[in-house]
Design a protein around this ligand. Structure first.
Ligand code: BYC
Length: 472
């Protein structure tokens, strides 16, 4: 393993000290990043000590250390997974050639665009979550929010490293631009739709971590297959951290579901709101919203962009090397959902142009496994209610279903039916106001807001009443 000089300003395992030009570029960017972090990062907690995990190596047996850190002092390092000796490009037209260590000239623009799109999501999510600290349901959750935030910051560093190290002056300009766009800003929005939505409350936050971070998992896993080796290695290590973000989402929603069920049992009622919980139908509406926004992040069902990324060897499939086919896909087909008049049907499309849909399928199957675990919680309380994922055509803004209205159970419906029903399917202003009204901060050690059950266990083996954030 390349050793990490932890005393360097930018902890890394990429021999930064040996590359003075790159080091200078990153040292020049660092204060701008910190300025952005202070302006757009967690509001109100910059001076507090938080019990955070910091990546200190890429050793599978112990890559992180836990300690109290003030967020602006977090060591946003640059870590690439260990190189695989003799790694090849495993798919597309360059299959079998040695993996690229430098940017292939003919694909420079396309590769840069992919990296910038990935990089843009990282600061965007920090911006979306910046006010949540003020309404945390517990110190445990507050700490998890900040952990997610600092690691998204590190993922931004990961992409900026690739841009600065491999794309010269263009890369440095893109690195600056990543700090200039703003989530939800009318004039300089973030690139992808979901990253311009608001995350106004903790139910939305947990849904975001479950659905949107999971898009991150699938996109990063596809980029981890890239023939451009530095990108592959960066993404492989990012996935290690990403797992915790999805855990925060799944367990967070699970605890809200559990609390709803406890209230229903205890008070023998469906009126969970009367007792200060989030009722299951409201949770379903939030699922419908966040799932549909995140499904858009996979792009169009039929996409020549996706085909090109693959053929060029830049972006593979989820678990590309485990698949048993020719890894070129010029002749294969794939089943894609599409519109035929006012019906949704499936059709065979070329495997190459269907790669976005294939990845979306992998993603939906993974989401369904999480929803099943939430349903197990409901069932274990003897309650007859099933949470479901909305149909892939529901409320889509990108792709084949963008122009029509589709119900959560997958019927193409009229505008009139949509107008009559969408309040039953998506959070209304009243629902949002209700959820918003629950967002009162709970910051006493070991205490939990009434609308969420405590976690099954603490972070890094710590007790439930551990002081995860030192507020005083
Ligand atoms: N919003 O052929 P199409 C994460 C654009 S999340 C706005 O349909 P393509 C994280 C598209 O750019 C993972 N625009 O799609 C999670 C294209 O524009 P151009 C992020 C959209 O290109 C939580 C046009 O529409 N990583 O890490 O095959 C917290 C036609 O595109 C959207 C990546 O996304 C949209 N939803 O695929 C923190 C990986 N969808 O080029 C972090 C890199 C499409 O015609 N990105 N468009 O101007 C990609 O692989 C692809 O860009 C996409 C789109 C999968 C996003």
């Amino acid at each position: 393993m390349a050793s990490i000089d932890y005393n360097e300003r930018i902890p890394n395992n990429v021999d930064l000290a040996e590359n003075r030009r790159l080091l200078r570029a990153l040292e020049d960017w660092q204060p701008k990043f910190l300025e952005w972090w202070k302006d757009m990062g967690p509001d109100g907690f910059q001076a507090k000590e938080v019990y955070l995990r910091t990546a200190i190596s890429v050793d599978a047996k112990g890559w992180a250390q836990f300690d109290y850190t003030r967020m602006p002092e977090y060591r946003w390092g640059i870590f690439l997974a260990e190189p695989e000796p003799g790694r090849q490009i495993n798919f597309g037209d360059h299959q079998g050639q040695p993996a690229w260590q430098e940017v292939p000239g003919e694909y420079r623009g396309t590769l840069r665009r992919l990296i910038v799109t990935q990089g843009d999501t990282e600061p965007a999510s920090v911006e979306q979550q910046r006010h949540l600290g003020r309404t945390c349901p517990s110190l445990y959750d507050l700490r998890n929010l900040f952990q997610v935030n600092v690691e998204e910051g590190r993922h931004l560093w990961a992409m900026v490293y690739i841009l600065d190290a491999h794309f010269g002056r263009d890369g440095r300009e893109e690195s600056e631009a990543l700090l200039q766009r703003r989530s939800g800003d009318h004039d300089k929005p973030r690139i992808l739709g979901a990253f311009n939505e608001r995350t106004p409350d903790w139910l939305s936050f947990f849904m975001f971590c479950f659905f949107t971070d999971r898009d991150g998992k699938y996109q990063l896993a596809s980029l981890a297959e890239s023939g451009f080796d530095p990108l592959s290695r960066t993404c492989r290590f990012m996935l290690t951290e990403e797992a915790h973000h999805m855990f925060v989402g799944e367990s967070g929603v699970g605890r809200i579901v559990q609390r709803a069920c406890e209230i229903m049992r205890e008070h023998k009622t469906d009126d969970v709101r009367r007792h200060g919980g989030v009722d299951l139908p409201t949770i379903q509406k939030y699922i419908n919203f966040h799932c549909s926004v995140s499904l858009d992040l996979f792009g169009s069902e039929v996409s020549t962009n996706a085909a090109n990324f693959y053929t060029m060897g830049l972006k593979g499939r989820f678990e590309e090397t485990k698949k048993k086919d020719d890894h070129r896909l010029k002749d294969g087909t794939y089943t894609v959902a599409t519109l035929a008049g006012d019906r949704i049907i499936t059709r065979e499309e070329g495997a190459l142009v269907s790669l976005n849909e294939r990845l979306r399928d992998d993603y939906i199957a993974d989401c369904q496994r999480g929803v099943n675990r939430w349903n197990e919680i409901i069932k274990s309380h003897g309650i007859d209610f099933t949470l479901t994922l909305p149909h892939r055509g529901f409320r889509r803004a990108i792709g084949a279903f963008a122009e029509v209205k589709v119900s959560p159970d997958g019927r193409v419906i009229s505008e009139a039916e949509w107008d009559a029903c969408h309040r039953d399917w998506l959070p209304t202003e009243d629902d949002q106001a209700y959820v918003g009204s629950l967002m009162q901060p709970v910051t006493e050690r070991g205490k939990m807001a009434n609308w969420i059950a405590p976690p099954a266990r603490g972070i890094n083996g710590q007790a439930a009443d551990f002081e995860y954030v030192r507020l005083s």
